[in-house]
Ligand binder design. Structure first.
Ligand SMILES: C[C@H](O)CC(=O)C(=O)O
Ligand SMILES: [Mn+2]
Length: 335
């Protein structure tokens, strides 16, 4: 039975950022099998920057992502194995290969004002018979009405629902509600929300999205994800249960899976550390965090100063290559 609120787990995709894309087939198999047993309907797995992300710019994957997809597909009996695709990083050929590996759903992600670059990929996914989601990133960088117009474009290409990402973890609950409401009024398909916890607001923002009418909420085990991580799925399951919203998730099972299979592979505490806090405060793409730390170390700079500059220059996903040059400029200015 389809639940009123569908939880999308992205531990094996957004979480890939947090482990520097080091997932193995063994880890993926254990987590995917556990999430499926816990009745998670959509289980997302890809490089953190989506299919084709394994590169010098975004970070090389330890294991070929198509082998990881095949490993996960063997374990998932009920849910849908889902992939992320950023046009320009991933290709339609990558999507077809992911489909052949067992992916049943794809989330085609673009910057919030660039929905038009998703048309070919959404249409190709529909031709493959995949559940197809339009995923708008960095939604703090556009006003609700602009986002609504972008969402309508993705709906017109054939998206089954529209996912709004607070990629910088910058939004406040009222900002999330305004965005979800504006998109819900503009399209006739469901709306989803993807939080980052950089201001410790992931659960609050996810609740605001639900109260504003969102039907799909992204989350990860132990909040494993870019920056300070995402909404923590085991916490979300408990909070929604307290609100009388049945997600169909196995509350105890998620807690046990997080403790057994995710905690041991975490490379750093999934907390709001100084760098993650600055991501949320300055409105910087969460996937930049570890790249900023590397640049700060290379040029002996405070990572927070680099983040302030990246936010001031309104850098967006895909501009990871600009981080080093911004750090170099700051170093030169410091003399
Ligand atoms: C490629 C990004 O990591 C997608 C995402 O999770 C976000 O925008 O947040
Ligand atoms: Mn994210």
């Amino acid at each position: 039975m389809e639940q009123k609120i569908q939880i999308v787990d992205t531990t094996l995709r957004d979480g890939s950022h947090a482990v520097r894309h080091s997932f193995t087939e063994e880890q993926v198999s254990a987590i995917a099998a556990g999430l499926d047993r816990c009745n998670v309907p959509l289980i997302e797995l890809s490089h953190g920057d989506g299919l084709g992300g394994s590169s010098y710019t975004y970070g090389f994957s330890k294991r070929n992502e198509f082998l990881l997809l095949k490993a996960a597909a063997k374990q998932i009996k009920n849910g849908k194995l889902t992939v992320l695709l950023l046009p320009g990083i991933g290709t339609i050929e990558d999507l077809k290969k992911a489909y052949d590996c067992g992916a049943k759903a794809v989330r085609v992600a673009t910057h919030v004002t660039e929905a038009d670059v998703s048309a070919q990929h959404i249409e190709a996914a529909r031709r493959l018979g995949m559940m197809t989601v339009g995923f708008l990133m960095m939604t703090h960088m556009a006003e609700p009405q602009v986002i609504a117009e972008e969402a309508k474009k993705m709906e017109s290409y054939g998206a089954d629902y529209i996912n709004l990402a607070d990629s910088a973890g910058f939004l406040l609950p009222e900002d999330v509600a305004a965005r979800v409401k504006a998109v819900k009024e503009a399209v006739s398909i469901p709306v989803g929300f993807h939080a980052h916890n950089n201001l410790n607001l992931a659960i609050a923002n996810s609740l605001a999205a639900v109260e504003a009418g969102a039907r799909y909420i992204d989350a990860t085990l132990r909040g494993l994800g870019a920056g300070a991580g995402n909404t923590q799925i085991e916490v979300l399951a408990g909070v929604l249960k307290r609100k009388g919203i049945d997600t169909g998730l196995d509350f105890y099972g998620l807690m046990d899976l997080a403790e057994r299979s995710v905690e041991p592979l975490m490379q750093r505490p999934q907390t709001v550390d100084n760098g993650s806090l600055m991501l949320g405060y300055a409105g910087v793409y969460s996937s930049f965090l570890l790249h900023v730390y590397d640049a700060a170390k290379k040029y002996d700079l405070d990572p927070r100063d680099i983040m302030i500059e990246l936010g001031r220059r309104r850098m967006v996903g895909g501009q990871e290559d600009m981080i080093l040059s911004e750090a170099y400029q700051l170093k030169q200015q410091a003399g």
